[in-house]
Ligand binder design. Structure first.
Ligand code: GLN
Length: 443
């Protein structure tokens, strides 16, 4: 991306044409539609950026990889798209994702699955699997993803690229289809840390159209990037035990290198991960059930042909939503129902504030936290026998969303099969400069 920003318009056109050919010849399903079918010039001739298909790009189909939205044409640009355009970048291709961003594998998409370009028998991760696979395969120079519980960082780790989730409120959610409004953030997926910083700077900043956007001063990180700064980096010991041996080894090696570079490592512990997973899956499902109520066959996309209004609602949702989405709507409705609200939803909110205060405490004496992104490298297709197994693999990423913190995942090593191992750095809220400086020193 950095190099592309220095190209003249003729070279940018060449780059776009090259990408088009590469995408046409690729077979990993990173994009939901071949670019030749799209009027890609309608979004300008700027530096091409791949866009996860839950972000509104005016006049392009917004499907969220769900049958219920197939054929729905976005009537406006999300704020992040306007920001790209103002910076001379152009949306270029829509990337595949798990349906409504619910999942960790990009398998729950109505467009079919995306393959991991490093090993096509493996999942690319998710839910921004299309964006990460596109960047890793050289089919995009950079991409936008969204991260509700790891959907930028985990596919970046599985595919071997860099993925960054900003502080909650730092990047506008206006025009991004909501999954779980108190957790969702949009961020960059790139080939290296500096590109992530450049794209982050383009996306970040207050937006009055998003009531949860943070109205606080924002200083660009890219001009101040510094890989020589020394930090105190916390390691959460009780989390590391849950990773595979190869991830543990990569983690310990990275800790050693960071110490040799002059960073100070401190050890700490946190609430156990099973509580974090339950909390996340209660809160995200509750918010999803409210957010997805709008897809009723009247206002957006697909409408079933039924004889009366009530049947039309039921049939539209029955036919339009996939299995995982239906399950989460039901779980969400259950935990919000009057008889169970206190037992589940309120309790989860309480645990959420405990998680947040535990992070606050760690940041009293540390600048950054180092953690695995996922307990294993990219699994093979079909290796999860239950959805619960897949949920459990989210243990390292979801607490960061519950606490609203910024985090960046970057490749640090390969396992014995040559699969990328990603680790993440986590910073305190709005400390993105520290996050990028720390990540640069790890690259
Ligand atoms: N895997 C998590 C889920 O299924 C996270 C998804 C995301 O970040 N969008 O909810």
């Amino acid at each position: 991306l950095k190099e592309a920003l220095n190209l003249n318009s003729e070279d940018i056109q060449k780059l776009r044409e090259d990408l088009k050919i590469k995408i046409k010849n690729s077979n990993i399903g990173a994009y939901i539609e071949q670019l030749e079918n799209k009027d890609i010039n309608s979004c300008g001739n700027g530096i091409p950026i791949a866009i996860k298909n839950n972000i509104n790009v005016e006049n392009w189909e917004l499907t969220c990889s769900s049958n219920i939205l197939k054929g729905y044409i976005a009537p406006f640009n999300a704020t992040v798209i306007e920001k790209l355009k103002n910076a001379g970048l152009s949306p270029f291709g829509l990337t595949n994702m798990d349906e409504f961003a619910m999942g960790s594998s990009t398998e729950s998409s109505c467009h079919g699955k995306t393959l991991n370009p490093v090993d096509t028998s493996r999942i690319p991760g998710g839910s921004s699997g299309g964006s990460a696979a596109a960047v890793a395969a050289g089919l995009a120079i950079a991409a936008l993803g969204t991260d509700t519980g790891g959907s930028i960082r985990q596919p970046a780790a599985y595919c071997g690229c860099v993925g960054m989730k900003p502080t909650y409120g730092r990047v506008s959610r206006y025009g991004i289809a909501a999954y779980s409004s108190s957790l969702d953030q949009c961020g960059p997926i790139t080939q290296n840390v500096e590109d992530a910083a450049i794209l982050y700077d383009i996306l970040a900043g207050y937006d009055e159209k998003d009531s949860t956007s943070a109205n606080i001063e924002y200083t660009k990180v890219t001009p101040n990037l510094n890989s020589d700064k020394k930090f105190t980096i916390a390691v959460i010991d009780n989390f590391i035990d849950e990773a595979s041996d190869e991830i543990k080894t990569a983690f310990n090696n990275t800790v050693k290198i960071l110490e040799e570079q002059g960073h100070k490592i401190v050890h700490t512990n946190m609430i156990d991960s099973s509580k974090i997973i339950s909390t996340y899956y209660i809160i995200s499902a509750a918010e999803a059930s409210a957010n997805l109520a709008r897809y009723d066959g009247v206002r957006y996309g697909y409408r079933a042909t039924s004889s009366n209004l009530k049947d039309m609602y039921v049939d539209t949702k029955t036919q339009g939503f996939g299995y995982e989405v239906k399950k989460r709507i039901m779980v969400g409705s259950f935990v919000l129902s009057s008889g169970y609200y206190d037992a589940y939803y309120i309790k989860a909110q309480k645990v959420r504030s405990i998680i947040k205060s535990e992070f606050d405490k760690i940041f009293e004496s540390a600048d950054l936290i180092l953690s695995p992104v996922a307990p294993t490298t990219a699994p093979k297709f079909g290796s999860y026998s239950t959805a619960l197994e897949m949920y459990l693999a989210d243990l390292y990423t979801i607490s960061i969303n519950l606490a609203g913190l910024p985090a960046i995942s970057l490749p640090v090593a390969k396992d014995s099969l040559g699969l990328p191992i990603g680790l993440q750095l986590i910073a305190n809220s709005f400390e993105e400069q520290t996050l990028f400086d720390g990540a640069l020193s790890m690259e």
